[in-house]
Design a protein around this ligand. Structure first.
Ligand code: 13P
Ligand code: SF4
Length: 319
């Protein structure tokens, strides 16, 4: 049975039609936002979607700031608004432009790959950019023997396990506090409790968690796997918003959070009230502006990523 929309959701839908606004939402957004969004996806899918927007006068990007910045650079001049502009990803704080410059001095000529979860300033020092769904492919596409990689040391470990390219951490302490909360022992226990289940972890989880999981991949890959697989029970190690989306989409399947406290406070800064406020007032402070010096370089490195399929890494982790 289709869920009845709330008054505020109805208001947003009406106003977004009037404004010709497209709402893009990340998989970690609260369900009430996912329900009124025009497109929900992982960071790569959202970047690609924003490059292909036609017939709209504005985009509202419900996610964290660095994702909205990518949308603004790719949207062909369509203004991008973020409902709460304080939604900054703490993982991005681990690698500054200065830190990358230092590493480039230490490893001259070694290509720099940054994860999308970085500031626009840090990206301006990178040669390549990747998402969780494209990291292995991007590293292999470069064709170098070694690369500098950051800020996520766990994603780096995942890439290392799937390529012969030497992966040098820009900052070995870089991690996502949400994905650090998953515990390998807890996943082993859940697998014992649900022997028919398949466990899927995000590559921002620790190596131990990745190793006890059956698959490792982006949020987009998790959505695809649960939809297409014959398995009926899934243990999911990523932020709760995605778990709730999967539960809503697949009432016939059992979706078990590997830890139900895994909530990203930054993603959850976005609310229906803030989306409505932006639609009503088009506040200047919510308009995403990427300084030109960063925007041109960001476009260039995003274009380099356009060659990858980005459906992976869906490869199973070897036990
Ligand atoms: P995805 O690209 O897998 O959606 O990941 C984004 C993110 O921020 C994970 O924490
Ligand atoms: Fe950043 Fe982690 Fe939140 Fe993703 S889940 S936006 S990496 S803090």
């Amino acid at each position: 049975m289709k869920k009845e929309l709330s008054e505020i959701q109805k208001k947003i839908i009406e106003l977004k039609k009037k404004r010709k606004a497209l709402i893009l939402a990340h998989n970690y957004q609260i369900m009430e936002i996912q329900e009124i969004a025009d497109f929900v996806g992982d960071s790569l899918q959202l970047a690609r979607k924003s490059a292909d927007v036609k017939g709209y006068d504005m985009i509202i990007f419900s996610g964290v700031n660095f994702m909205a910045e990518m949308a603004a650079v790719l949207s062909n001049g369509i203004p991008v608004y973020i409902p709460d502009n304080r939604a900054l990803c703490p993982l991005a704080a681990y690698v500054s432009a200065e830190k990358i410059r230092e590493m480039k001095k230490k490893y001259p000529g070694v290509p720099v790959v940054v994860y999308v979860n970085t500031t626009a300033e840090a990206k301006s020092e990178a040669d390549y950019i990747c998402t969780s769904g494209s990291a292995v492919e991007v590293v292999e596409l470069i064709g170098a023997d070694r690369v500098l990689f950051g800020p996520d040391a766990h994603l780096a470990e995942f890439v290392r396990a799937h390529t012969d390219v030497e992966i040098i951490d820009i900052e070995p302490r870089g991690h996502c506090y949400v994905h650090r909360q998953f515990d390998a022992a807890q996943i082993i226990l859940l697998k014992e409790e649900y022997p028919d289940a398949i466990a899927i972890a995000h590559p921002e989880c620790s190596k131990e968690v990745q190793e006890v999981s059956d698959m490792v991949g982006s949020t987009g890959m998790m959505v695809k796997t649960v939809a297409e697989s014959d398995y009926k029970t899934f243990i999911i190690a990523t932020e709760l918003g995605l778990v709730q989306q999967l539960q809503a989409q697949h009432p016939d399947k059992r979706i078990i959070p590997a830890y139900d406290g895994a909530v990203c406070q930054q993603m959850k800064k976005q609310t229906l009230e803030k989306i409505l406020y932006v639609l009503e007032n088009l506040p200047e402070e919510n308009l995403i502006k990427v300084p030109e010096e960063y925007a041109n370089h960001l476009k260039l490195i995003l274009d380099r990523m356009s060659k990858v399929k980005g459906q992976g890494p869906a490869r199973a982790v070897k036990h």
